[in-house]
Design a protein around this ligand. Sequence first.
Ligand code: NAD
Length: 423
Amino acid sequence: MSTAEVGSHLRENPFELAKSQLRRVGEVFALDPNLIRVLSQCKKAVEVSIPVQMDDGSIEVFLGYRVTHNIARGPSKGGIRYHPAVTRDEVKALAMWMTWKCALMGLPFGGAKGGVVCNPKTLSPKELERMTRRYTSEIINDIGPERDIPAPDVGTDGRVMAWIFDTYSMNKGHSVLGVVTGKPLSVGGSLGREEATARGALYCIQALAVKQGMRTSEYSVAIQGFGNVGAHLARLLHLEGAKVVAVSDSRGGAHNPDGIDVPAALAHKQERGTLAGLANAEPVTNEELLELECDILAPCALEQVITEENADRIKARVICEGANGPVTPTADAILEEKGVLVLPDVLANAGGVVVSYFEWVQGLQEYFWREDEVNAKLHDIVARAFEEAWQTRDRFETSLRLASYGLAVQRVAEATTTRGLYP
Ligand code: NAD
């Protein structure tokens, strides 16, 4: 992978980072090195070319991936990312993290991820649809309700999931609800799925507040990224009375130490597609936002935004990883030294895959739940995982990240050992 790629947000190879995290978990939890070797590799990585007729009649060829890391605990599950900087090793790292996330939450899934190297913002809706349908056709034998179940990630949404669902179903000759999650409600989506990732992060922050003897409303929070995860997290924290002091999207952010008017920010973003020019707030760059005074910093955009270069300047006492992999291992060590608590991605942003699991279950049963049932079940799972991770952290006197990964890896290792090595 070329990390020097122009425009890439990745400084270090994410798959190498993910593997080094796994080796560290193996050491701390004294896991069998043979198992760590097995879990260090992805089971399958498919690379496809996606020729697409553009609106002007020309043909563009996009590069797509679908990677399954592990299926020891069940079919693989993971989002599809549309972004210009997608690489095979980024997708592999994200697939591995999905395995740990599903295991930590106790879901009967392994981990997967997909991606297409493209800029969805520059594609017309028709081009996006043709690209999605062709990508789906290229990976059609690799996905399925019992095999591998995609979901939204950066640059994809319910509309894209609906095209995947339709393409797969047209090829099978009947509707297959369980092939993909994050679908719109009209085609078998689940109530509560859209905001589920942010809601899971909120539940982690609330569990932390109990541990710290605080109320959620007492926290001040800076949020990077104003997409599915970041915007919903800002909204939910605001509803809980917390002070959201800064928000940002890819074009920059807005800061007000007395609190951003979150409903106004949501309306502004909806109307203008950007946070630039938000009233009653000062402009702030994405780099500056990370270093603002606040209790909780929630990176909810892309990987590797907190590195050895800026970790020392982070002023937040808690980092809530809404994004996957926003803190590099070197930065992790610096933050730990400084006494900054990191709520790791596999815990803090797992709400999305938990409600994706609920959507898959509802689709298979063709029986749909009320939103309050979805949220209550989500709360049960996230709160239990938080408590298990917290206790493991205390028992092993380690970081919450290592404790969470440790619990997850042990569960996957146990399933792998119980099943045995085929043949
Ligand atoms: P999204 O596409 O809806 O939003 C991404 C946001 O990040 C946008 O506001 C975008 O403007 C901003 N952004 C892009 N590049 C940026 C940059 N260089 N600097 C600052 N901001 C930038 O994506 P999402 O679904 O909200 O996902 C965000 C993160 O959360 C990703 O790491 C994703 O893997 C992770 N995640 C998402 C889900 C989910 O259910 N959507 C679940 C778990 C984890």
